[in-house]
Design a protein around this ligand. Sequence first.
Ligand code: 5GP
Length: 175
Amino acid sequence: MTSQERLSVLAGREEIAKTVTRLASEINRDYQGKRPLLVGALKGVFVFMADLVRQLDLPGEIEFIRISSYGAGRESTGKVKVVQNMETPAEGRDILVVEDIVDTGLTVSFLLDYLSQKNPASLKLCALLDKPSRRRVQVNIDYLGFTVPDKFIVGYGLDCNEEFRCLPDICYLGD
Ligand code: 5GP
């Protein structure tokens, strides 16, 4: 059972806050004079997105898209599809995809391909977490919070079978 596994803190709330502030200042600098469309990949991104957008000093818009990747387990199925689409047209927009974690890279590379076919003015990626040890496709992360080891991460929006999303720290399960 997941709830009986050991839970260790990888990044505490103060470190997270500092990192979100750094990312927001990089985004504020790069998108000055623009009106980006921030596209959050649900569900795990909701906490990060809420913290990030409150530090942006831009007239941006927010959208969400839901991509299925892992199903209910911990291993990527490799099968990715849009299960809930965004309403705002992507054409001609400066799109910043906001992801919780890039693991194999399959989900976000599918999402970036999908959005690039809609002819945005620009397309960049902001990821809170990068787990490069398990990468299966190359992904360029323009704004990165933390690089994490090959552990199963929970907390700060990330779940394990819907558990642990509301933990304020970024943690991992197991030893
Ligand atoms: P990828 O397609 O890059 O393997 O996986 C991306 C998605 O899988 C993430 O958006 C997230 O939903 C899920 N995922 C990958 N690694 C982890 C992890 O360590 N913890 C949790 N909770 N989800 C993960």
